[in-house]
Design a protein around this ligand. Structure first.
Ligand code: GLA
Length: 388
């Protein structure tokens, strides 16, 4: 039975009637350009083939009823209610937050709906299971309500849901990737203008391998928001002499001058990461277009080192995993992906070395951390869509 078959059957068991529509939104992996999105920089993510599905059917009770095959918690709310974030860590916030954003724009469902979610993005792996949940909801309600928002607006509404309902001041990367992915392509997205170029992810005989540290992604909203605040602080300091809106506007040369204006040493290192990562991202995309996977991989390695030393968001498990990958033959490059502190690394591995890679990296990682890694070979997939 496929995942969709299970979802359809479970829907009928739970709600006593048939699903009318099924939607799907993917998770994402970012190849390079980390912690640059909320700094007006560029990112280079691709959508994955796994994600979150949503089965839905209208009801005549005027209620939105939320349930998931992954989480025991269920909720219901009236279509005319005032919606507020649910206190504590409720998965429903991501879905409700997305619907609430449409309501803010004047679009409310005219009738109730029964909703059942099912995800196969490993939760806490830094592969944007939450963005997939937000985007699939925003996309589905956009169709159900006939509101005509475009995919970029859907991504923006999903991002606002994360800000207001999950308390994370995230950038646009995850939601954009989930909304706008294209099979076989990565998205070279300028986060200050939302201009996007879809670049074929042509890895000539190499595969993208994700390695899950299984150390739950401890990037709490607190640590993430602290980094966001430090970057804002750096911009404020630098604006005394440079007319900038965002850190990623600075070239390396300008930064050599500008960094003297940043009084706090930690804030200076955070800013240095953002500026150097912006430069690496640009070089990496050029390298990929030129078919230079070797250079692309070395830039990935340098990205990890900068996230470890200057941005300090890697942590012991991600460092152990990346270092184990760097020691392997047949690896072009490896780095943490996503917010950091646990979650996954992304590596580019020669096709015929993938099995060896899993074996050796898994063993080295276990030796250093005592944890059992999990590996997935990733395919760049399409963005959110209706499945039936
Ligand atoms: C999380 C956020 C993104 C981005 C990454 C780091 O995934 O949701 O907006 O900032 O971290 O690049």
């Amino acid at each position: 039975m496929t995942n969709t078959d299970v979802l359809l059957r479970s829907f009928e068991e739970r709600y006593g009637r048939k699903t009318e529509r099924v939607y799907f939104a993917p998770g994402r992996v970012n190849m390079i350009g980390e912690h640059t999105d909320y700094n007006g920089g560029r990112v280079f993510p691709c959508a994955l083939s796994f994600g979150t599905s949503l089965a839905v059917a209208a009801n005549d009770s005027g209620l939105l009823r939320f349930a998931s095959l992954n989480m025991p918690e269920t909720r219901e709310t009236g279509i005319g209610d005032q919606w507020h974030p649910i206190e504590g860590k409720s998965w429903v916030n991501y879905a409700l937050g997305a619907i609430a954003q449409a309501a803010k724009k004047g679009v409310r469902p005219a009738q109730g709906y029964d909703l059942l979610y099912s995800g196969d993005v490993p939760i806490g792996a830094g592969l944007s299971s939450s963005a997939a949940l937000e985007v699939v909801t925003a996309f589905a309600f956009n169709e159900l309500c006939g509101s005509g928002f475009c995919r970029t607006e859907i991504a923006q509404m999903a991002q606002a849901a994360e800000h207001e309902y999950a308390g994370v001041q995230c950038g646009i990367m995850d939601q954009f990737a989930s909304a706008q992915g294209r099979q076989g392509h990565a998205m070279y997205l300028d986060c200050s203008t939302l201009d996007c170029e879809w670049v074929p992810l042509d890895l000539t005989g190499m595969q993208i391998v994700l390695a899950n540290t299984r150390s739950p992604h401890k990037l709490s909203s607190g640590v993430y928001n602290e980094r966001v605040a430090q970057c804002r602080q750096a911009v404020e300091d630098i604006r005394k002499a440079f007319d900038i809106q965002h850190l990623a506007e600075l070239t390396a040369e300008q930064f050599a001058e500008a960094e003297k204006l940043i009084s706090d040493e930690t804030v200076r290192r955070r800013a240095r990461h953002v500026v150097s990562e912006a430069e690496r991202t640009k070089q990496a995309v050029e390298a990929l277009k030129a078919g230079n996977i070797g250079l692309f991989g070395r830039l990935m390695n340098a990205s990890h080192a900068s996230l470890r030393d200057d941005y300090e968001v890697t942590g012991r498990e991600l460092d152990a995993m990346a270092e184990a990958a760097w020691a392997e033959e047949g690896v072009a490059g490896s780095r943490m992906t996503g917010g950091g502190f646990g979650g996954c690394t992304v590596s580019i591995v020669r096709e015929d070395a993938v099995e060896e890679f899993k074996k050796n990296v898994g063993a080295a990682y276990k030796k250093r951390t005592g944890l059992t890694a999990e590996f997935y070979v990733a395919q760049a997939g399409d963005g959110v869509r209706r499945l039936m």
